[in-house]
Write a protein that binds this ligand. Structure first.
Ligand code: C2O
Length: 551
């Protein structure tokens, strides 16, 4: 591989959407941010210069960071934030990965405007295990607030109420014509030629919403999810959670059609309360081969129908089609036995309201919170990885994260009252090097059943099982797929369901696991793993780079 250098200058930029102009935090003056491209085996060296009045970090979402955890990026987990005026160089090698990932800010809600594609091409002499596309197009879904998003989340955390929902979803930064007050240049147009195959690299960078995606009168073939090749399958509906990426092949119609086509995306949502149920529209526009200057710009595009907002069956119907490619070249390496089992409840809850404060959260003046096994994870004031590496854990974190819920109950039924007691503490779980781990993620219905896209840093995991209701440890493991389950870095746990994942803890460091809905993340739906060094020299985490920021 080669070394590729990038420079990210974090600066404020004025952006206008929906007739509102606001100043957003942006990289190199771009919103969404610049494309980072590398090949498998390359080293990426990204110099990040913070020139905004906010702390920031950058996370390389889905990159395994094998023994390079100092470059992972979550604030207060692997590093202290890069403060205003400071610089940090992210330096890591891409080992054994190729496909579509993305990078994003990992501090507070700055991901709202600080995100961009991270495209890893196969090694120079290697090709895709599918037809060579005529063209490749990144498609990033995002979310737009007319207000300053840092103000939105800090106000929500102060009052304990839910944050204001976004004003629009975006496709490559653009909301499209179905919103009020969008200008002509606020619509993404995918210009295509007839009879060609396009590789669309879909990335859900939205803060708080899983999305359905459909293109009118077109089907497509799913070939990759979370930068892992999958057994190709054809579909006309895609579901993508925040943190997930999916590559699809779109074969355009053989003949120039007399129409253009909407590409629509809208949320899947089952919770209570308000959310943004608006629809993003982009336009698939054919270029007339016999007269390239005439295309279908002016006709009204054909509109696809999307599933109902709460169509959980459409979600599972899609996700259960995903299987690892599991070819000779790309085998699925599913742990067949498990050394450590965990059962994690994931869901919402509420915290007691501090004395002498007014709280607008649920259940009688309490604050919204979210937890794993009743623990709402509090960020420490220094980085966990530094504390661990330099053996200064005292007062920073405890190692007694519960392997099982503190208060077992009927998770998908009516919850008892004691489940609302959630402590804001910093607890981690320690794994010896090369432990094979199974985690059952059990969704709960406390304060309303919602889906939770769980993301694990530093690893991919195999999704060996999934089902509705309460997980049954006696019956459900018998139905696990230990042959070709999907390998992912983010898995949606739909409302009222459980998901079982397995991974081999072969990457030493401190690794965050969290719900990729930023609102749930802010409320504490996160925890950390410490994976210890192995005994061989190439199983140890090297010391940090000298420019690692200090808290
Ligand atoms: Cu994409 Cu911890 O995040």
């Amino acid at each position: 591989g080669v070394t590729r250098h990038y420079k990210f200058e974090i600066k404020l930029k004025n952006v206008t959407r929906l007739c509102h102009t606001k100043s957003v935090v942006a990289v190199n003056g771009k919103f969404p941010g610049p494309r980072v491209v590398a090949r498998e085996g390359d080293r990426l060296v990204v110099k990040v210069v913070n020139l905004v009045p906010y702390n920031i970090t950058i996370h390389w979402h889905g990159i395994r960071q094998l023994r390079s955890g100092w470059a992972d990026g979550p604030a207060y987990i692997t590093q202290c934030p890069i403060q205003t005026g400071q610089t940090y160089v992210y330096n890591f090698t891409i080992v054994g990965q190729r496909g579509t990932l993305f990078w994003h800010a990992h501090f507070s809600w700055l991901r709202a405007s600080v995100y961009g594609p991270l495209i890893i091409l196969p090694r120079r002499n290697e090709s895709y295990p599918f037809v060579k596309p005529y063209k490749e197009v990144p498609i990033l879904f995002g979310e737009w607030w007319n207000a300053n998003t840092e103000a939105v989340i800090s106000q929500a955390l102060q009052t304990g109420a839910g944050p204001n929902v976004s004003d629009a979803y975006t496709l490559n930064g653009l909301p499209g014509p179905l919103y009020n007050c969008t200008q002509k240049n606020e619509t993404f147009r995918l210009k295509v030629k007839p009879g060609k195959t396009y590789l669309l690299r879909l990335i859900n960078a939205a803060l708080n919403d899983e999305l359905f995606f459909r293109i009118a009168n077109h089907t497509f073939t799913v070939v990759e999810a979370d930068a892992i090749y999958v057994k190709p399958f054809e579909t006309d509906l895609l579901v993508i959670a925040p943190g997930q990426t999916t590559n699809i092949l779109l074969k355009t119609k053989d003949h120039f059609p007399n129409a253009s086509f909407y590409m629509l995306a809208r949320p899947y949502f089952t919770g209570q309360g308000t959310f943004d149920n608006t629809t993003i529209a982009g336009i698939l526009e054919y270029q007339n081969p016999s007269n390239p200057s005439t295309n279908n710009t002016n006709s009204t595009p054909i509109t696809p129908t999307l599933p109902a907002i709460n169509a959980t069956s459409a979600v599972t119907n899609f996700t259960t089609k995903i299987r690892s490619l599991n070819s000779a070249k790309f085998p699925a390496k599913v742990p067949q036995t498990v050394q450590k089992n965990f059962f994690f409840t994931i869901g919402l809850g509420s915290n007691p309201c501090p004395k002498n404060q007014t709280c607008q959260g649920p259940n009688n003046r309490t604050k919204f919170a979210a937890s794993i096994n009743n623990i709402s994870f509090a960020l420490p004031s220094t980085a966990l990885l530094q504390s661990y590496f330099f053996r200064k854990s005292n007062g920073v974190y405890a190692t007694d994260f519960p392997k099982f819920p503190l208060h077992p109950f009927n998770y998908t039924g009516t919850p008892p009252n004691n489940t609302n007691v959630i402590n804001g503490t910093t607890k981690v779980e320690v794994l010896p090097f090369n432990t094979s781990v199974e985690i059952v993620l059990q969704g709960t219905s406390i304060l309303g059943a919602e889906s939770h896209p769980l993301h694990l840093h530093g690893y991919n995991f195999y999704v060996v099982g999934q089902g509705f209701g309460n997980f049954d440890p006696k019956k459900d493991p018998a139905n696990y797929n230990l042959v070709d389950p999907p390998e992912r870095n983010t898995i949606g746990v739909p409302t009222g369901s459980w998901v079982a994942i397995r991974f081999l803890a072969d990457n030493p460091g401190v690794w965050l696991m969290h719900c990729h809905f930023d609102v749930h993340l802010s409320w504490g739906l996160r925890m950390s793993w410490i994976v210890q060094d192995g005994s061989l020299p190439n199983q140890k985490l090297p010391p940090p780079p000298s420019d690692l920021p200090k808290c």
